[in-house]
Design a protein around this ligand. Structure first.
Ligand code: ADP
Ligand code: MG
Length: 396
């Protein structure tokens, strides 16, 4: 069932609490935003609300401050960037709830934009605390969710707040749901899912459901080490989710039972240290030296993955193939991005880091869709109703 959007309600003169995902990479100490694509992605919604004379109250999380104030994770650089992009003043509150915020909101005029401080400075946000959700809700008359990428999280500003206010989708949320919904209902086959990155504890469970949907699974990045270790191989000091090893083994078995090809890297770039300039070498994944770290997939794996993906009509990619923040370890990720950009197939890129690489290489236009959501897009494509979507009002 499609969800109501900002276009279905009257926002004029209303206080609108707009949840966005402005979780942008901010360079420590300098406050420079190295990739503002998440801010740009919500501009249509913000512009719509400003043009329709709402009082716009923007809230978001940045990073993982774990319930404390972290100076480097303040919203101020984001407010400045948004102001530049909009060509309008954007004011900043010193918190996301409380007296000062309420009086600032009281002074807003139609079309004004205010950004609240990082939601995750309060532990109640991630705990979906009802009292905190209520405090957020009393700031506004209407709740608009444009944060597709966090819609899989059961947090106060995503789920809790929607209990107390009329809740509708922003334009970015609407677009994500449309594009992904289409894919979910009628994917062109063969359909492959390529997973990398570091959040093994989030993603390995997802793979289990994906296995039943897709025609091929490929795993690279930090996740691969967990699967290699699960098969009994040495992985040195590589990132491993030890509590996921049983699940990884189960998954490998299920892939066999379901006859779904499950590809892991056959070679890897290993380094003695995770830092730029470290000495590296390429080794087969069956013989990772004990003291080393897997930092990228190797050239043979790139070739193998590309040749398999080349036969697919639909490709979902989530998570980098290596520690792509360090250019020396970004070859695997960049090669996959370049390859996918040349395909005449449906290519959906999700995930913070993988989407950033695609943006930075200027390849976003060459993909079918670069989703702002990583975990959220995977969950959605598994057919799971996202809690943040469920709470929005239905169109009819
Ligand atoms: P995304 O943001 O694309 O959804 P994740 O958040 O799961 O992906 O993971 C991104 C992180 O994974 C990046 O910071 C990257 O450095 C890290 N990563 C990728 N490969 C490895 C690896 N082999 N070892 C450690 N970290 C890795
Ligand atoms: Mg990430």
């Amino acid at each position: 069932m499609p969800k109501k959007t900002v276009e279905d309600i009257d926002v004029k003169g209303k206080r609108v609490l707009l949840r966005v995902d402005f979780n942008v990479p901010i360079t420590e100490n300098s406050g420079v935003i190295s990739d503002d694509s998440r801010i740009r992605a919500s501009l249509p919604t913000i512009k719509y609300l400003v043009d329709h004379k709402a009082k716009v109250i923007i809230c978001s999380h940045v990073g993982r401050p774990a319930g404390k104030v972290v100076e480097n994770l303040r919203m101020a650089p984001t407010a400045r960037r948004l102001s530049e992009l909009m060509g309008l003043p954007v004011s900043m509150a010193s918190d996301c709830i409380g007296q000062e915020v309420e009086s600032k909101i009281g002074a807003l005029k139609e079309g004004d934009v205010l950004i609240l401080e990082n939601l995750r400075f309060h532990p109640e946000e991630e705990a979906n605390d009802a009292d905190f959700a209520q405090k957020l809700a009393r700031l506004a008359d209407i709740y608009v969710d444009d944060a597709f990428s966090t819609a899989h999280r059961n947090h106060a500003s995503i789920v809790g707040v929607a209990k107390y206010l009329p809740a509708v989708a922003g334009l970015l949320m609407e677009k994500e749901l449309k594009v992904m919904g289409k894919l979910l209902h009628n994917p062109e086959r063969p359909w492959a899912c390529l997973i990398g990155g570091a959040k093994g504890s989030d993603k390995i469970g997802l793979l289990q459901n994906m296995l039943k949907k897709v025609d091929m699974l490929l795993v690279g990045g930090g996740m691969a080490a967990t699967f290699l270790k699960a098969q009994g191989y040495e992985v040195g000091h590589s990132l491993v989710d030890d509590d996921q090893l049983d699940l990884a083994r189960k998954l490998l078995q299920e892939a066999k039972d379901w006859k779904v090809p499950f590809l892991l890297p056959v070679d890897a770039l290993v380094a003695q240290e995770i830092k730029a300039g470290a000495s590296t070498r390429v080794v087969p994944t069956t013989s990772i030296p004990a003291g080393s770290h897997i930092v990228d997939i190797g050239p043979q794996s790139i070739e193998l993955f590309c040749s398999k993906l080349g036969r697919c009509r639909t490709i979902i990619w989530n998570g980098p193939m290596g520690i792509c923040e360090i250019p020396q370890f970004a070859q695997g990720t960049r090669s996959i991005a370049r390859f996918l950009s040349t395909r005449n197939a449906t290519t959906i890129i999700g995930g913070g880091s993988s989407a950033e690489v695609v943006q930075a290489m200027g390849l976003a236009d060459k993909m079918t869709h670069v989703s702002t959501g990583g975990g959220a897009s995977l969950k959605f494509l598994e057919g799971i109703t996202l809690p943040g979507v469920e709470v929005l009002l239905d169109k009819k």
